[in-house]
Design a protein around this ligand. Structure first.
Ligand code: SAH
Length: 353
């Protein structure tokens, strides 16, 4: 229940499932079709306030105001890439926390990368989002509204959502699953589960649980190393969940959902980019129906990791391909606007301090 309250302790109407909203609205003595109307205002029509719901009576709008909080993020920053049109947004939450989201234009449609937590507590060494630890989990409404606000600002429909911004989505499991159900709801934005991707550093019990939610979304695993020893140098979570637990959990996810897996691999010079590591990776992923996304690490000033050389990236890719592994090199988007996860948020917070 806590996850459905705003910071002042009022029920957060945008985080209710359709069924919960129906219950709440009929409890106010209203007919259930009102719930449909209100749900559409919240999730399809982008209402930012109860007063914006113009086909409800003034009396009902007042009762809604008295009973619920309506989460609407405040945009406090926008940067547009001169290179590829990627846009980065900074949003302020009601408690003053700031989060970031990215809008990317592709041939197949518009994609938004959302944050699932303010900050993060996973401690991956190369990641800017985790440097100051976790501030708090985001509620479903705060994840949804990143997309709703961006659609309103760009005037263009969002067709794909990736949960790859700040935060570890499976560390905020209930809110994230609630978000996934709402964003794919037929009376909301109705984004198909096939167009939703969740990226995780590898929380094994939650991967297994997600496989049973009946939500056939794409699972992306942040792998970044083919062996535990190297992985531990980059990701503290590898101390809790070794690869011989993570990989079977991914296999289980594939078997349950039929969705092809994505493995993210950020290449760091001299750490995880050797040819023998590419061989090991190919061996590890054999028969997994996965796709490897190679990402040249985006250096952050707080750490001294360096991007792999172009030739090393190319050779690494070749080894995987020769071994029959599907692989792409991630096109870097928005490089000129603070591309790496959490970079923009961090510089904003530092400026504010
Ligand atoms: N917590 C989730 C999602 C957030 S990050 C996860 O770990 O998957 C999305 C992806 O970007 C992850 O694969 C993450 O490891 C990677 N990443 C974060 N910072 C990066 C950086 N500076 N350079 C390259 N990849 C980075």
């Amino acid at each position: 229940m806590l996850d459905r309250l705003d910071c002042a302790g009022r029920p957060d109407i945008k985080s209710f499932t359709f069924e919960e909203l129906e219950e709440e609205i009929t409890a106010l003595g209203e007919k259930s079709f009102r719930a449909k109307q209100i749900f559409a205002w919240l999730h399809a029509r982008g209402a930012e306030s109860f007063d914006g719901m113009t086909d409800l009576s003034a009396g009902l709008r007042q009762r809604l105001k008295d009973s619920f909080a309506l989460t609407a993020l405040k945009t406090v920053g926008e940067r547009v890439s001169a290179v590829d049109g990627t846009r980065k947004y900074l949003f302020c939450l009601e408690d003053g926390n700031v989060i970031e989201s990215v809008w990317m234009k592709y041939h197949h449609g518009n994609s938004v990368c959302i944050s699932s937590q303010a900050g993060c507590r996973m401690g991956c060494r190369f990641c800017a989002s985790t440097l100051d630890g976790l501030a708090r989990n985001l509620r479903a409404s705060e994840m949804l509204d990143q997309i709703y606000r961006i659609q309103a600002m760009t005037g263009e429909r969002v067709s794909n959502v990736v949960i790859m911004g700040s935060g570890e989505p499976l560390d905020n499991y209930d809110n994230v699953v609630r978000f996934l159900r709402l964003i794919s709801h037929e009376k909301g934005l109705n984004i198909s589960a096939r167009n939703l991707t969740l990226s995780t550093c590898g929380l094994v019990p939650q991967i297994r649980r997600l496989a049973g939610e009946g939500l056939p979304i794409t699972l992306a695993l942040s792998l970044h190393a083919p062996d535990d020893e190297t992985r531990k140098k980059l990701m503290p979570i590898a101390n809790s969940y070794p690869l011989d637990e993570v990989i079977p959990a991914c296999r289980f996810y594939y078997e349950q959902t039929g969705r092809r897996l994505t493995f993210e691999y950020s290449l760091v010079r001299g750490v995880n980019d050797s040819l023998s590591q590419a061989q090991d990776l190919a061996r590890l992923l054999k028969g997994l129906h996965g796709h490897v996304n190679l990402i040249p690490v985006n250096p952050i000033k707080e750490r001294d990791f360096v991007q792999s050389r172009q030739e090393a990236i190319r050779d690494f890719k070749n080894v995987l391909e020769k071994n029959g592994i599907n692989v792409t090199i991630r096109r870097e988007m928005g490089r000129d606007i603070g591309g790496a996860c959490g970079q923009l948020r961090k510089s904003y917070m530092e400026g504010a301090r």
